[in-house]
Design a protein around this ligand. Structure first.
Ligand code: GCU
Length: 409
C-alpha cells in the first residue's frame, strides 16, 4: 500500500467527536489583558488591532515592506464572450520592488447588461484557462503542479488542461445573476512549494537573504497580498462595483486573510477552508496545526511552528480571524465528506465570531446548533454544509450568489 505523507496523515487523523479535547476558546470580546470590549470603537481601536497583529506576526506572517511600483495593463478585451453575454478582459499586473518584478494575469468576465457589476475575485489552482472552455483565455506560463489526469507534465500547462475546472466556477450562473468573475492563477504570485527562492517573497529580500524572517510572510500571506494588489486594479475599473473575495481550501484560507487585512473587500466567501482557515484549531479534529506545518512548511510564518501540538497556548483561535472581517458579509461553507477540514469546527467559528457582528447591529450565526445538511443559514454571517466531497459545486455558487445579492446595493 502506498501513501503520500499527506495521505498517511489524513488516514491517521482524529475523526472521532468524543476524542475532541475539552478547551476554552479565547473570547473575541475580551482583550489580551482581560478587558471587556463593549462597543465598535473599542473593537476597532484596541481589540481588532491586537488580534490582527497577532495573526500577522505569529500565524500568517507580515508583509515586510511596501512595493516600489505597481502597474497594470489591459492585454486583451472582447465584447463577445459566453455567446455575447459577457465582456472579457485579461489584465497583466506587475509588482516591483528592489528593481525586481513579478507579473501575474487576471481574467475577468463581466455581465453585459449592467454598466457596473459586482464581482467575485478568486484564485484558481491550475491556471485561468482551466476555469472556462473559452479558447481565448491565455495559458499560464508559470510553474504548475503536475497532474496526469489534466495532462500537466514537467510543471507546464498546455491546451490539454483547458476547461478542466469549469465545474468549480459557475460562470454562467454568475453572469445571469448580474455578477462578474475575476480570477488569477495562484502560482503566479507564489508557486505552491517549499521554496522561497521564487515568487513575490523574493522581491523583498535584502542582499544575501534567501527566505523571509521568522515572523514574516509564508505563502498564504503572499497569496492574500496578491489578491489585495488585484483589488488596486479592480477598484479602478469603472465597470466594477463591489468585490467579494472567494477561495476554496488553501485558497479559502488566503481569501480569509485577504479579507481580514484589506477592508476594500466588500465581503468574503471561504469554501472548505479547514485548518488555518475557518476551522477552530483547538478542536484538533482532522488536520491539526502540527500536521499542516509539517505537510506545508511554507504556508505560515515560522513563528507559527511553536503552536504545533500546543494549540491551547494560542492566544487566538480561528473564530477571531473571521471576526476581523466584521461587519462585512462573510460566508463559510463546509462539505459533509470533508472531515479533514472539520465541518463542525468551521461552523463553530462562525458562531463565536458573531458577537462582533452584533456590535454593529448585524446578524451573525445565533445558535451553536449545527444546521442540517443542505439547509443554509444566510445572515450577514452565513454558513452551509452540503452533501459531497471537498470541492466547489453548483450548489455552493447558487447559495453564494443568492446571499451576495442581498448585499450588492
Ligand atoms: C490539503 C491540506 C489542506 C488544504 C487542502 C487544499 O488537504 O491539508 O489544509 O486546505 O489541501 O487546499 O485542497
Amino acid at each position: 500500500l502506498f501513501f503520500t505523507s499527506l495521505g498517511l496523515a489524513q488516514s491517521q487523523a482524529n475523526y472521532d467527536e468524543s476524542k475532541v479535547p475539552k478547551f476554552t476558546l479565547p473570547d473575541v470580546l475580551t482583550s489580551f489583558s482581560g478587558n471587556p470590549i463593549t462597543n465598535q470603537t473599542e473593537w476597532e481601536e484596541n481589540r481588532r488591532r491586537e488580534i490582527l497583529q497577532f495573526f500577522e506576526k505569529q500565524v500568517y506572517g507580515k508583509v515586510p515592506d511596501r512595493l516600489d511600483e505597481y502597474g497594470f495593463k489591459l492585454l486583451e478585451e472582447s465584447n463577445d464572450a459566453y455567446g455575447g453575454k459577457a465582456r472579457r478582459k485579461q489584465i497583466a499586473i506587475t509588482l516591483k520592488k528592489n528593481k525586481k518584478t513579478i507579473t501575474y494575469y487576471m481574467l475577468i468576465y463581466l455581465p453585459k447588461g449592467n454598466p457596473t457589476a459586482p464581482v467575485f475575485l478568486g484564485y484558481n489552482f491550475y491556471g485561468n484557462h482551466t476555469v472556462t472552455a473559452d479558447p481565448n483565455v491565455a495559458i499560464t506560463k508559470a510553474w504548475v503542479k503536475n497532474n496526469e489526469a489534466f495532462g500537466i507534465t514537467d510543471n507546464k500547462a498546455s491546451e490539454s488542461s483547458r476547461g478542466i475546472r469549469t465545474h468549480r466556477w459557475a460562470i454562467e450562473k454568475m453572469l445571469d445573476n448580474g455578477f462578474g468573475l475575476a480570477t488569477i492563477y495562484y502560482g503566479e504570485i507564489d508557486p505552491d512549494k517549499n521554496d522561497f527562492s521564487d515568487g513575490v517573497h523574493s522581491l523583498f529580500y535584502r542582499d544575501g537573504q534567501t527566505k523571509p524572517k521568522t515572523n514574516e510572510w509564508g505563502s498564504i500571506s503572499a497569496w492574500a497580498f496578491g489578491l489585495s494588489k488585484a483589488m488596486n486594479y479592480l477598484e479602478s475599473d469603472v465597470n466594477i462595483s463591489k468585490v467579494f473575495v472567494f477561495g476554496h481550501s488553501r485558497l479559502g484560507k488566503a481569501a480569509l486573510w485577504a479579507g481580514a487585512t484589506d477592508k476594500r473587500f466588500a465581503g468574503v466567501i471561504s469554501n472548505n477552508s479547514g485548518c488555518g482557515g475557518a476551522a477552530l484549531s483547538r478542536r484538533q479534529f482532522g488536520e491539526t496545526v502540527a500536521q499542516i506545518n509539517t505537510s506545508f512548511p511554507h504556508w505560515f510564518a515560522d513563528s507559527f511552528l511553536k503552536y504545533d501540538n500546543n494549540e491551547r497556548t494560542l492566544p487566538v483561535d480561528q473564530h477571531q480571524l473571521l471576526a476581523l472581517i466584521a461587519p462585512r458579509p462573510l460566508y463559510i461553507a463546509s462539505a459533509e465528506e470533508d472531515k479533514w477540514a472539520d465541518p463542525k469546527g468551521e461552523f463553530l467559528s462562525t458562531y463565536y465570531a458573531s458577537s462582533v457582528y452584533g456590535l454593529y447591529g448585524r446578524k451573525g450565526i445565533t445558535s451553536k446548533e449545527m444546521p442540517k445538511t443542505n439547509a443554509p443559514i444566510q445572515n450577514t454571517v452565513a454558513y452551509h454544509i452540503r452533501t459531497g466531497i471537498h470541492d466547489v459545486m453548483d450548489y455552493d455558487w447558487e447559495n453564494y450568489i443568492k446571499w451576495a445579492n442581498t448585499f450588492v446595493k
